[in-house]
Design a protein around this ligand. Structure first.
Ligand code: GSH
Length: 213
């Protein structure tokens, strides 16, 4: 299996984390960002969107990070990663979709509005508004979390991978945001996973004030 995409990409990190959770063997190729290569015909024939991550599994090509996560979980995960029952799957898939449509855009607005802009180009009113949306999202997560260690049950699943991956940069980019109590406990549990430490909690300072990719 081959995974293409720069390690500093948040969307690539989710896939790398899952590959490690599933204990799969793969070769990782840095691509995009300062590594370039997204306009090369050899790459665009795989992903016409010219974006990373892209997974190649033998003769199969998969792009879009959440589609890759579902593909890996369905192909190689145990029942807890991809239950046969559609309703059981929907219990975590709704959080994946919510992450992509609501949580991640709010976080990205803070990251691109603050961290990836030089100070003189920051619109701090817009950043604060996005931060407030993130706080609302954290409160939603807080009400979902129970005594269980994970977002939708007793084991780690794709809801945790997608929503949980946001927490590191959201809390490490220099903006003030407090995690509610249960979210904070959940974050501590995620931080103990080797894949989270290795891929999600990795250095992202090369993205500071970088607006070009
Ligand atoms: N919705 C897509 C977004 C893909 C995307 O925007 N990838 C970014 C990195 S996070 C990218 O390829 N940017 C160009 C670059 O890194 O050069 C996904 O989840 O896979």
């Amino acid at each position: 299996m081959k995974l293409y995409g720069r390690t500093t990409s948040f969307n690539v990190q989710k896939v790398l984390w899952l590959l490690d959770e599933l204990e799969l063997e793969y070769t990782h190729f840095e691509l995009g960002g300062r590594f370039g290569g997204l306009d090369e015909p050899a790459f665009t024939q795989h992903n016409p969107m010219k974006k990373v991550p892209v997974l190649i599994d033998k003769d199969k090509v998969v792009w879009e990070s959440h589609t890759i996560l579902r593909y890996l979980a369905a192909s190689y995960g145990a029942e807890t990663w991809y239950p046969a029952c559609p309703y059981q799957r929907s219990l975590y898939e709704r959080w994946m979709d919510w992450s992509q449509c609501v949580l991640q855009p709010a976080f990205m607005a803070t990251f691109w509005g603050y961290y990836r802009k030089p100070p003189e180009r920051r619109d701090m009113i817009a950043v604060e508004q996005a931060l407030n949306t993130c706080r609302e999202c954290l409160n939603i997560l807080e009400s979902q979390l129970t005594d269980s260690n994970y977002l939708t049950g007793d084991t780690l699943n794709l809801a945790d991978v997608t929503a949980g991956a946001v927490l590191y940069r959201l809390t490490s980019q220099g903006l003030h945001i407090e995690l509610p109590q249960r979210v904070s406990r959940w974050y501590k549990v995620l931080q103990q996973r080797a894949g989270y430490q290795k891929w999600v909690m990795s250095d992202f300072t090369e993205l500071k004030a970088r607006e070009d990719y």
